[in-house]
Design a protein around this ligand. Structure first.
Ligand code: ATP
Length: 348
């Protein structure tokens, strides 16, 4: 069956970095993959021009008739309440039940690591961040003299996230760490701890422990080498994975894949870089497309296209090793030239 993808470039630097990922789809097709894709306009610009965020029929089309989504970035100062982000990206994550946001940390160049005595080859960390709940569920109130944000955690989502994290740690033969603050967030993180303890019994081969998130951040900076898989709620996972982006060269390099471990719909994965829309860079042609390209590799891997995923990762590695670098990595290339440098290293 033909693999169908939806491409949503979105806001800010999203369209610029997605433009460098599209040739990777063409390359996969050129290798014989039966692949098509459609490019959709949903973004702040589209919302401001038409009032449309994500039409219902389009959502159903994505859900039932595509195999994955390539997403650039969302967020625009012209929509300060972020309602288009809520109705587009957060809705896709929630309504496609993309509970796992996988954010791998695989540094390529020693020079990108800011830590003394730690080399790129020493780190192989996967953050499994819950993607649909927690403090990012956008429920709360603002009153004249107080404001609240509700952090809702459900048994179903937490169990799915933690099962996927345990399964990954078992596959990799590495330890699993749960980041939490159950000492103060007694209800929500208490639920995480209960399910974590149950699954620990079900996966006796996985060395698993919970760590207070503040202590975990400290330990990661002191020595990240002992960590394998880190599971966390939406909020803590966001913070931890941005720290790990710094170990890979910065926000422009780090990739992510959101996926539904229980595969409830045909569309069960959305690839997007860890970075946001970076309005300060948008339109300058300076954004680093590496995180977007590595996210595309994660989508290929999710589709079972291992050779194509490996091909993109090795092309990025070779390009960086040969000195290709955008300004955030200390180089002089613009987005287009960095994309071209990566493409030049793709295998036949
Ligand atoms: P969000 O909350 O949507 O994740 P954010 O507030 O974390 O967004 P980003 O948009 O990720 O912010 O950008 C933070 C900064 O990182 C930017 O201002 C920019 O300087 C840098 N940055 C982000 N992405 C890139 C990139 N692809 N290339 C180079 N620099 C980047």
């Amino acid at each position: 069956m033909t693999t169908r993808l939806a491409v949503i470039p979105g806001d800010g630097i999203g369209p610029e970095v997605v433009r460098e990922a599209l040739p990777l789809l063409e390359w996969a097709r050129g290798r014989g993959r039966d692949l098509t894709w459609d490019i959709y306009p949903w973004s702040a610009t589209h919302f401001l021009a038409t009032g449309e965020i994500l039409p219902e029929d389009a959502f159903i089309e994505l859900r039932d008739h595509t195999d994955g989504i390539l997403f650039g970035a969302i967020g625009d100062p012209r929509v300060p309440d972020g309602r288009h982000a809520e109705g587009l990206l957060l809705r896709l994550r929630r309504d496609l039940e993309l509970i796992v946001n996988e954010r791998p940390c695989r540094p390529i160049l020693d020079a990108h690591l800011p830590l003394k005595g730690v080399g790129a080859a020493d780190l192989e960390i996967d953050v499994f961040r819950e993607n649909t709940e927690g403090p990012y569920c956008l429920k709360g109130t603002t009153e004249p003299d107080r404001a609240t944000d509700l952090a809702e955690h459900t048994e179903a989502a937490v169990r799915r996230l933690l099962e996927a994290a345990f399964a990954r740690a078992a596959d990799r033969g590495c330890p699993l760490t749960l980041a939490h603050k159950a000492n103060v967030l007694k209800h929500g993180h208490g639920l995480w701890m209960r399910i974590f303890q149950e699954l620990k019994a079900a996966f006796p081969g996985v060395p698993a422990r919970g760590l207070h998130a503040d202590a975990l951040l400290c330990a990661l900076v002191q020595d990240p080498r002992p960590f394998g898989v880190i599971a966390a709620d939406n909020y803590l996972g966001d913070l931890i994975s941005d720290l790990l982006a710094a170990f890979q060269g910065g926000m422009g390099v780090a990739p992510s894949l959101s996926w539904a471990p229980h595969h409830p719909f045909r569309c069960a994965a959305l690839a997007e870089p860890v970075h946001g829309s970076a309005p300060d860079l948008a339109g300058n042609g300076l954004a680093n497309p590496t995180g977007m390209c590595l996210s595309t590799a994660l989508l290929f891997r999710h589709l079972g296209w291992t050779a194509e995923a490996d091909g993109v990762v090795s092309a990025v590695a070779k390009a960086l090793q040969q000195g290709a670098a955008t300004a955030d990595l200390g180089g002089g290339l613009g987005t287009r030239d960095m994309g071209a440098a990566i493409r030049a290293q793709l295998p036949d």
